[in-house]
Design a protein around this ligand. Structure first.
Ligand code: ADP
Length: 399
């Protein structure tokens, strides 16, 4: 079974082709800078370790996906998209309309369109990807949408509501949705498998720490709380996003004339977080600057780790019993200093990591805990594309 996974943004499309016999990546690539003169499409034949590239202005997603199809044909990986068993699409925001992955139908497209108000930066690009991929594949290939928000649809109402006027929130669908759902689901499933615990009995605090970062409380294999909210802004400190803060800061800045209503989005999403504190949004740079004695970088690092520690404590209280703390994402997988700082002094909660194991270089799933730790601390490399492929396969097989 061959499944193509697409992650379509407003000006780019990332893709991976999977052989679902052994979940192997056959080819991967991207179409970049759609709409610009410098656009290009690239495909890597993973088995042959060969790159195919096309550089030409691609004015829209239609031309972008045509270029992708040409690369599949010229590399001899596919003769035609009709050979695909399915195409899976990553969708950031499913709003309240979706509590599972879904086969693409006109009704599903209309619902994703309606949810664009909640994710104006993401959903329009996803829709352009779906519509043009459907055009390229012909009618026989099923398309499936897999949402970042779906895993969190099991969060109870008392945890997903904001304490704001109820009717207004209901009418405008204001609530916690949560994101990184495919990642939290994938890594906690892998962690349960690794520890030999049935997923439906598995309790974990999952920490996806990348440029965007979120924590998730998983109880019996279901998300019961997560740190991101209506948008991917709430919760942890991120590369350029503030995470939790008192909204009164905004009123204060607006009243002082230091900020305009139009500037709020960029202020919170692009100028804050690690970047706002110390001038770097990349954890590698923050750690390097900290080791050179930069005080702001040190503060940014401490703030980042402290916020995560608070969420571990909160979710520990929510879950009662925790089998594992799971680290994933670029920082979670690769930044031992952060893991050490976050897990430091949590022995009373059964969380204790071994210094050598934490600093040992390894790319796979691994247990960092000391032998007698009641709660296992694991690193599980995330694979959102594979999770989307697996979901696509599941939906197609249930048709
Ligand atoms: P995204 O959320 O965009 O997918 P990633 O999951 O790739 O991002 O994570 C990016 C973050 O991971 C950056 O802050 C980067 O500095 C950090 N990172 C990647 N590799 C390392 C490393 N070896 N050490 C420390 N941080 C790392």
């Amino acid at each position: 079974m061959k499944i193509l996974v697409l992650n379509s943004g407003s000006s780019s499309v990332k893709f991976q082709l999977f052989d679902m016999g052994d979940n192997r990546v056959i080819a991967s690539g991207l179409v970049e800078k759609i709409g610009e003169a410098s656009s290009y499409a690239k495909l890597k034949d993973v088995g042959a370790d060969k790159i195919y590239e096309e550089r030409a202005p691609l004015k829209d997603h239609h031309e972008g996906l045509e270029a992708m199809r040409r690369l599949f044909v010229s590399s001899n990986i596919l003769h035609d998209f009709s050979e695909l068993d399915g195409i899976g699409h990553r969708i950031v925001h499913g709003g309240e309309s979706f509590s599972d992955s879904a086969l693409v139908t006109p009704d599903v497209i209309a619902k994703i369109e309606q949810n664009s108000v909640l994710a104006p930066l993401h959903n329009p690009g996803h829709l352009a990807g779906i519509k043009n991929a459907m055009h390229e594949s012909g009618k026989k290939v099923p398309h499936v949408v897999v949402f970042d928000t779906v895993f969190h649809q099991t969060i109870p109402e008392y945890a997903y509501r904001y304490a704001l006027p109820f009717d207004l929130c209901k009418r405008l669908h204001i609530r916690r949705y949560g994101f990184h759902g495919t990642s939290h689901h994938y890594v906690t499933k892998k962690a349960a498998e690794y520890l030999g615990v049935p997923y439906e009995k598995f309790n974990a605090v999952s920490l996806h720490l990348g440029n965007g970062a979120s924590a998730c409380a998983v109880q019996g294999g279901k998300s019961v709380d997560t740190s991101m909210g209506l948008s991917p802004l709430e919760g942890l400190i991120m590369g350029t996003r503030s995470g939790d803060m008192d909204p009164a800061v905004l009123t204060y800045l607006l009243n002082l004339g230091e900020l305009t209503a139009e500037g709020i989005d960029a202020f919170l999403n692009k100028k804050s977080g690690l970047l706002g504190i110390c001038g770097s949004n990349d954890m590698r740079e923050v750690v390097a600057k900290m080791h050179e004695g930069d005080e702001r970088a040190h503060l940014a690092f401490e703030m980042f780790c402290y916020r995560i520690k608070k969420y571990i404590g909160a979710y520990y209280a929510v879950l009662g019993r925790v089998d594992a703390v799971v680290f994933t994402g670029g920082i979670g997988e690769n930044a031992p200093y952060s893991r050490e700082k976050i897990c430091n002094d949590l022995t009373h909660m059964g969380i204790k990591i071994d210094h050598e194991l934490n600093f040992a270089a390894s790319g796979g799933i691994r247990d960092l805990s000391v032998p007698d730790a009641a709660v296992k601390t694991l690193v599980v490399p995330t694979n959102e594309e594979l999770e989307i492929a697996l979901e696509t396969k599941r939906v197609i097989e249930n048709l």
